[in-house]
Ligand binder design. Structure first.
Ligand code: ACO
Length: 275
């Protein structure tokens, strides 16, 4: 069957205490990414960026999969002889999977609850943070069906994985667990599946205590500076710092400094100033 899920939302969004839970919702197809998901995700990411109900965005999957990668039937085979449609689709996929996510205005967490293959690595890597279930299964399975990890997968993987690990999984297509993903730095940590949502919520709450404007600049500038020389990085970061202080609606730098030096109500080494 082409798509058993046509009456369902391909992606659901639910809001809960500042968290927007964005859930890929084709569980019967292991949430593999078809055109409906691609175009829906572009809209959702655009909308949530300016939606006050979303302070932290969590990306996850319904059922026992995070995502089984790109939909071989609808994303690849169905566009084999439709170059114009393919171009539009592939561009939109790059748009949500990394162009938007990598520099997103809100903090993002990938919550990898189960199967995670091929193209699904890209949004996991593009999210700021990632937490996996211990027993989630990751795999760069492209080699198993005769393609290379394209889209931008090889580029993304080489950003986070050590070369020996990256090359190993790219070349063997062997699967690995969430525990292993944490050991090799693909995700921040792994926890038992039953604790996954609670731990993700806890982490989101920590992020929500921070000054949101400064948090945004901190994470975006981290990624941009990582691609610069040290001299360029120092100059750019001092400029971003100055801009951030001027534009911060909370005047956080001075408030934080005063709460520590004058009021002695908190210690910056041990937590956030009171907003
Ligand atoms: N593309 C298209 N259909 C898919 C995909 C996919 N990536 N993944 C799963 N499905 C479909 C299956 O065809 C099946 O459809 P059907 O019920 O109409 O027959 C349904 O989802 C369930 O899949 P099963 O294989 O029956 O589920 P199972 O739980 O046994 O296995 C697993 C899950 C391991 C994820 C398996 O589905 C699989 O290997 N999927 C492909 C993973 C992959 O290699 N993805 C591509 C990566 S490369 C890239 O993204 C560019």
């Amino acid at each position: 069957t082409a798509d058993t899920n046509t009456n369902e939302e391909p992606v659901t969004v639910t809001f809960e205490d500042g968290i927007a839970w964005v859930t890929l919702n084709r569980p019967a197809k292991r949430n593999c990414i078809n055109p409906a998901i691609v175009y829906r995700m572009c809209d959702i990411l655009n909308d949530l960026e300016s939606d006050d109900r979303c302070k932290v965005l969590v990306l996850t999957g319904a059922g026992d999969a995070f995502s089984a990668g790109m939909d071989l039937r609808e994303y690849f085979r169905a566009t084999d002889d439709k170059p114009a449609e393919r171009l539009k689709l592939f561009r939109a996929n790059g748009q949500w999977q990394w162009r938007q996510l990598r520099h997103y205005a809100k903090p993002t967490i990938a919550m990898v609850n189960g199967w995670c293959f091929g193209g699904a690595f890209t949004p996991v890597i593009a999210c700021d943070l990632a937490i996996a279930a211990d027993d989630a299964t990751f795999g760069l399975s492209e080699i198993n069906w005769g393609i290379i990890p394209a889209g931008v997968v090889n580029r993304a993987v080489s950003q986070l994985m050590r070369e020996r690990d990256g090359m190993y999984y790219v070349m063997t297509g062997e699967t690995f667990s969430g525990k292993r993903a944490a050991e090799i730095g693909l995700v921040n940590e792994s926890v038992p599946l039953e604790d996954l949502r609670a731990r993700t919520t806890q982490l989101a709450k920590v992020l929500m205590e921070k000054n949101p404007a400064v948090l945004r600049t901190a994470k975006v500038s981290y990624r941009i500076a990582s691609e610069m020389t040290w001299e360029q990085g120092a100059d750019y970061l001092m400029a971003k710092h100055a801009q951030s202080v001027i534009e911060d609606p909370e005047n956080g730098r001075n408030v934080g400094m005063s709460q520590f030096l004058d009021d002695k109500t908190y210690r910056p080494g041990l937590g956030s100033y009171k907003r």
